[in-house]
Design a protein around this ligand. Structure first.
Ligand SMILES: Nc1ncnc2c1ncn2[C@@H]1O[C@H](COP(=O)(O)OP(=O)(O)OP(=O)(O)O)[C@@H](O)[C@H]1O
Length: 660
């Protein structure tokens, strides 16, 4: 690629190098809209150039095929030296790809398809590659990560959770070892020394959360004078006094798997390292706030807006509170703090539900992430909401967290010298990726055309009818020897469906945050004949279900979507569990007029409720489509607001060093 498409990526010689962050201004957003078409044309031109490089890699294959194992290893060592001296470009890059491909064929018995070579070139180019679900992004990343690491660039491969980080690193290690590269895996619970060891490896597999928190901890260890950080680091690095505390080697190159999830959906999660307040004090406060909240009545005193997930106090409600709090003293005397506390208590009562937003495990309130279906370890809601839910559920109350240092995924990932991503579902958020991260989405066509059969969606009036129909469908498919995967949106929904399946005598497994420990075993068996799995989004992105013997001939895996999600991308990810690598499979949605997506978007008065009822009768698909687009717009706006707020408070707090 003398063509200059991939520049020299060698790192600068400082201790914790990263790119200086820049704010996303309105100019970026306007530019991202105005430049959408030119950017698409430019992306097409780039893809065409990268296609030529791919052809050169393919043409080199015969030269590498005929090498003995020893000759191949010697050639790899020579390529590494050239990459280190000349950078990732030209003939050395082409040879590196051809050598990695050949080595993969010998060690993993997997030979990269042409589309995977192209996808990897897009990654090295610092863009997002959109490849269909099941096209083999895990293997695609080996070309980009392997070549970058051979050139001496510390490379992070970012996955959405620890399970995928460990699974991918372990599967691919034989290949990396044969390339003379070391691989590190970061998992929850590792000591700082183990982390340092994993980051010292040429390629490190880690979840986005682990990476971001390690980075924050390193920043804390380096001191909080954000402005002077670079100078300070260089000074201390010269003295060698920091090597004992800092675990990372800087932010050089990241390949983010499931890029839309990590860079867009997760972007809303603030990342905070915090100290805790006194739990006894929190319990007293939360109990009082809930008692006051329970004294109010809807809709006279308060209105719950489920769509916006807020609670509004009416003037009558405020007056009622003022009376009730008359003799309480302390913070209850201040109308602002009193009303805010009660609003939070009403949210805890009416907007957050066990089995949906959280589960109770080990007598603790544990947040379940809606997008991934997984428990978010050690996360808590802020503003006292977590403590209110703890009191509501009668579990031990924890202290409130106060931020010592904080960031967001948006800011964290923008600090990488080079950032790349891959996903099956990027097109809906291409504009956001461009505006916030300056990443273009380049779509790479699949290796073989998809054979996934999309059956027409079916609609039912009530949840009960829908559940009965899903159970009947699962029984029918399983009876025909096909494995069935039923996707639900929450732990509670997965358990309801499980009960219905048990009642009608369909044997099945449940995969949700409660059964996380059996995850690997459930997934391993999910493709065998007649198996039925009810799952939350844990069986979504990244999960690869291998079909058992004879299953493809019967039609492959049948996936049932039992509820639409707020984002169409999540539905497409679930559908993508079947029909992978050009295999046979089918997908259908079975929905009801009582689904949460519709009930939460139906707020807004009797007129819109009536319109909705008519719309649902005449054109149910349209009603779901509208609700989904509305929810997508709302989430998009919330992300925009968060970034704006983050950047605003960031500039205010940078004087005190609270922000990383
Ligand atoms: N070149 C190849 N030759 C043969 N099999 C392959 C090749 N590349 C990938 N596969 C297989 O294809 C399947 C899907 O791969 P993988 O899980 O990486 O897909 P993915 O694109 O990451 O999917 P998702 O978008 O759902 O995360 C795996 O079983 C993998 O072993």
């Amino acid at each position: 690629m003398s063509d200059g498409a991939v520049q020299n990526l060698l790192p600068p010689p400082v201790l914790l190098p990263h790119r200086q962050d820049r704010h996303t201004t309105w100019i970026d957003r306007v530019e991202s809209v105005a430049m959408a078409l030119p950017a698409r044309l430019e992306a097409r031109r780039r893809l065409w150039r990268l296609t030529r490089v791919r052809d050169r890699v393919l043409a080199r294959a015969p030269d590498f095929d005929r090498l003995s194992d020893a000759e191949l290893s010697a050639r790899i060592a020579r390529i590494r030296d050239t990459l280190r001296s000349c950078g990732l470009q030209g003939a050395a890059l082409v040879d590196a790809f051809a050598a990695i491909r050949e080595q993969s064929t010998r060690t993993l018995e997997l030979r990269h398809f042409p589309c995977q070579i192209l996808g990897a070139l897009v990654l090295l180019d610092g863009q997002v590659t959109e490849m269909d679900t099941g096209e083999g992004k895990t293997l695609t990343a080996t070309l980009a990560a392997g070549a970058a690491a051979m050139a001496g660039l510390p490379t992070h491969v970012v996955t959405v959770n620890d399970y995928l980080a460990a699974r991918d690193a372990e599967t691919l290690s034989p290949l990396y070892r044969a390339l003379g590269l070391t691989v590190g895996i970061i998992r929850t619970g590792l000591s700082p020394a183990q982390r340092r060891g994993a980051y010292a490896a040429d390629i490190t597999y880690a979840s986005n959360a682990e990476l971001a928190f390690d980075y924050l901890r390193d920043r804390l260890a380096l001191g909080r004078e954000a402005g002077n950080l670079r100078l300070k680091v260089e000074r201390l690095a010269r003295r060698g006094s920091l090597r004992g505390e800092v675990v990372m080697r800087g932010l050089h190159f990241a390949i983010v798997d499931e890029a839309d999830s990590v860079l867009v959906d997760e972007a809303r999660t603030p990342l905070i390292i915090a100290t805790e307040t006194d739990p006894t004090h929190e319990r007293t406060w939360a109990e009082r706030a809930l008692t006051l909240a329970d004294g109010l009545e809807a809709p006279a005193d308060y209105i719950v807006h489920r769509d916006r997930r807020t609670v509004e106090l009416t003037p009558a409600g405020r007056a009622c509170l003022a009376d009730a709090a008359e003799d309480l003293g302390g913070l209850w005397e201040s109308s602002i703090r009193r009303e805010e506390s009660v609003r939070q208590a009403l949210s805890a009562r009416h907007l957050f539900h066990s089995g949906e937003h959280y589960i109770l495990r080990d007598s603790k309130v544990q947040i379940v992430d809606e997008y991934t279906g997984r428990v978010l370890e050690d996360r808590s809601w802020n503003g006292g909401l977590h403590q209110l839910i703890e009191v509501k559920e009668g579990v031990e109350v924890t202290g409130r967290k106060h931020a010592v240092i904080r960031t967001s995924y948006q800011r964290f990932f923008r600090r990488y010298g080079r950032l790349a991503g891959m996903t099956g579902t990027a097109r809906e958020v291409a504009g956001e990726l461009r505006a916030v991260y300056r990443l273009n989405v380049l779509r790479v066509a699949p290796n073989r055309p998809s054979q996934r059969q999309q059956l027409p969606a079916r609609y039912f009036a009530t949840l009960v009818e829908k559940h009965a129909a899903i159970a009947a469908r699962a029984a029918e498919m399983a009876g025909a020897g096909r494995p069935v995967l039923i996707g639900t949106r929450s732990v509670a929904a997965s358990e309801t469906l499980s009960t219905v399946l048990t009642q009608v005598g369909v044997p099945h497994d449940v995969l949700n945050a409660e059964s996380e420990a059996e995850e690997a075993a459930i997934i391993a068996a999910a493709g065998t004949a007649g198996r039925v799995i009810v799952a939350t989004n844990m069986a979504g992105r990244g999960v690869d279900i291998s079909l058992g013997p004879g299953v493809e001939a019967l039609g492959g895996l049948h996936v049932i979507l039992s509820e639409r999600h707020d984002a169409r991308r999540i539905d497409r990810q679930l559908a993508g569990r079947t029909g992978r690598q050009g295999q046979r499979g089918s997908f259908e949605a079975m929905l009801s007029a009582q689904d949460p997506l519709l009930s939460s978007s139906r707020e807004g008065g009797p007129f819109s409720a009536a319109m909705h009822r008519i719309g649902m009768k005449l054109h149910p698909a349209g009603a779901f489509g509208r609700a989904q687009r509305r929810a997508e717009r709302m989430h998009g706006q919330m992300r925009k607001d968060l970034l704006k707020m983050d950047e605003m408070t960031g500039s205010m707090l940078s004087f005190t060093g609270d922000r990383e």
